[in-house]
Each structure stands twice: as structure tokens, then as C-alpha cells.
Write a protein that binds this ligand. Sequence first.
Ligand code: URA
Length: 437
Amino acid sequence: MRMVDLINKKKSVETHTEEEINFIIKGMLDGTIPDYQVSAWLMSICFQGMTFDESAMLTQAMAKSGDMLDLSVLGNNIIDKHSTGGVGDKTTLILVPLLAAAGFPVAKFSGRGLGFTGGTIDKLESIPGFKTSLSNEEFLNQVKEIGAAIASQTANFTPADKKMYELRDVTATVNSIPLIASSVMSKKIASGANIIVLDVKCGSGAFMNTYEEAKKLTETMVEIGKRSNKLMSAVISSMDQPLGNSIGNGIEVFESIQILRNQGAEDLKELCLYLGAAGLVKTAKVKNIEDGKKYLNKFIENGQAYQKFVEMVKYQGGNLEYIENPEKLYETGFAFTLEAEDSGYVEKLDALTAAKASKLLGTGRDKKEDSISYNSGIFLNKKIGDKVYKGDVLAKIFANSVEEGQKARKTLFEAFKLSKQPVAQPDLIIETFGVSS
Ligand code: URA
């Protein structure tokens, strides 16, 4: 087999066989196929696409390129969830202890963030002492013992995805539905769960800006999962405004703790319960989403989900003083408020602009090596649809310098738009796939 012929094949919109895809992934990793040929092939996929079967074969080859976690010792109702990432998205921090408290163990690999705010791992690292780097053995033992663990991916996890992403990043080939879908799903499949819940974000603060793109990505990931014998549920959720009230790292842990203590933003809680219920429906524990939400909510109300979070933090070495007093997670030297200049209703709270304001506080990174601020961030007091009076505090900004705080405040001002007319609260869940309600 020659790589040049395979590039030509994709360029001519022909379909690859499993053998051909395995040949490419193996050659890419052992160096027998040079980066320039892999790059040309990736570019041809960008233009010509891939069938669902090809995408599933590519996903399998990528998943099997490194360690595959075997979670069968935990039972056969193992739920994993993946969010395509958005502003203020802290659902993993809530869902993992919630499902574990409800009797469904979760072994969750998460990532650091690139862009405006950190990823789940950055957020957890804002808790002093919290250890995110676990060996596969430590990770599994923890889930066996307490039912919940969140850790960063180990060095030999989906190396094919790492290599392909590096090439895609510098060859303008990130933005391809089959490549994104196989990248995400390879990590899900190597993580070993048999039930996968996807939360595909759509809107200004998401990877997928339009509904059409989000739908295509969701369908592709669901089809890949089904071809890999996974039980799949998915939702498309809105990312036109930030999720919940906080944006940052430590401050998002604070808000997660609020939800787990049965306080905090309704939209965030609703999405967590929905995603959890979408997983439970696949276990046959509940009949439908409403039953699943009610079932899970009991574990928030009786404090067991919060206790599970505390147990997980303790197990992973985190300082519990910061969990008991979570305000400490966003203590900074300087705080600013953004007030409404007029009365009205919040018509717009643009997620991307709010994320840019947060980035000015140091909450995100441009390159993997960049350092990140754990304590700075934004707390939104008003969201779309809320009534405001002139002088009301729209948001609070927690900064490590006056200059950063003032710049963030100026940008955040641009994110808000008020209307004189009442504004309806937007739907958070736009569409569902494979979820009976
Ligand atoms: N997230 C991933 O994991 N992979 C991509 O290709 C894009 C986003």
C-alpha cells in the first residue's frame, strides 16, 4: 500500500477500507508515513469528508493506538459524558459526584483548556493540593473504592489523536466534522464506558457556532458511537450566553459546590440533571428523562452528591478548607462591579465577549505551556430575560490587578445588551438525540 495512492483516493471522494485506515494511523505513529503526507490526507478529508463507516473505523484505529481502559470490573452501566466545551461549562464537576452518589460509578478523563477559560482539569487544580495526574491503576482503584474520579489523560492515551491534532493545528485542518468527531469519540471509546452522553454546544461561545454544524457533529459522533457498540444519548445545548453564573476556574468550582449544596443557577442545574438523566435512561434504571431528573435531584437534596464531591476531593489530595469555604477559591486583591446604565431587560449576554473579558483576567491560555490564573474570574448577577434597574449590579469581576480588572470590565460591558421590552429566557436544550422523554 502506498500513502500517495490513499491521498489520491480520498481526494477523488472514494471510500477507505479498514485496512487502509489502520495502515495510515500505524504509519503516522511509527514514522514510516511522513507528516507532509498525513497533512495532505487530512486536508483532503476537510474537503471531501468521510462516511460514517470510515469515521468509525478511523475512531477505532485512533482509540486503539494507546491505552484502552477496561471498566468492566465496575459493572455494565458505566456512563461517560462529553461536552464540546463552552463558557462557564462546569457540568463535569457536578455530574461526576452526582452520578456516583446515585450508584453509577464514573471514571472521567478530562483535559486542560486552550482558549478563554481553563478545562475541567484546570478548574480542579484551583483547589490547592488536588492531584489530577493519576496512573491508570490509581484511577481505577479510586473509582472502585468511592465511585468517582476525575483525572487528566495519561501519557499513552490516544497517541494518534495527539499526533493528528498537532498536525491539524498547523495545517488549518481542525475544522472538519469527521476529524473532530473521530478525535472526540476516540477518547471516549478508549475511556471504556459503555454509555456515552454528548453535550454539543451551539452558539457564539461554542466550537460550533451554528445549529447546522452542531447537528452534523452530533449525528456523526452518535453514529460513530453506535458502530462501536456504545449506547448513545446526545443533546445540542445553547451557548449563546454563558452557562450558570460564573466564568473562570476557582470560581466555577465555587459555583459547582453551590449546585451540589442545592443552591445556585437554575440553568446549570437543569442541564446537569438532564445530561445525567439521559445517561440513566440507557441503564433502564428510569423510564424517561423526567423520572431520571427527579431521581438524581434527590441526591442533591439529601446532600449525598455534595458529600461525594468532598470524598473525591479528599481522595485526590485537595485541601478541604477550600471546599468548606469555597469563596476562598476566588479571593483576589481587586474586585469591580459592572452596573446597568439604564433600566430594562437583559436581551443579550454574549458568551464569546464574556469569555474574552474573562481571558483578560488570565483565566485561559493560548499555548499549552502558558500559566493560568486560578482565582480570577467573573460572577454574573443577571442573565438573558432578567429585569434590571438602573444601577443594578450586572456582574462582579475578581482580578489580580487594577489594570486587568478595568480592561475586563470594559469588555464585559460590551457583552450585555438591554431592551426596554420584556425578553423571554432562551431555551437551553435545543435538540436531543436518542433520549426518550
Ligand atoms: N476537541 C477534540 O477533542 N478534538 C477536536 O478535534 C476538536 C475539539
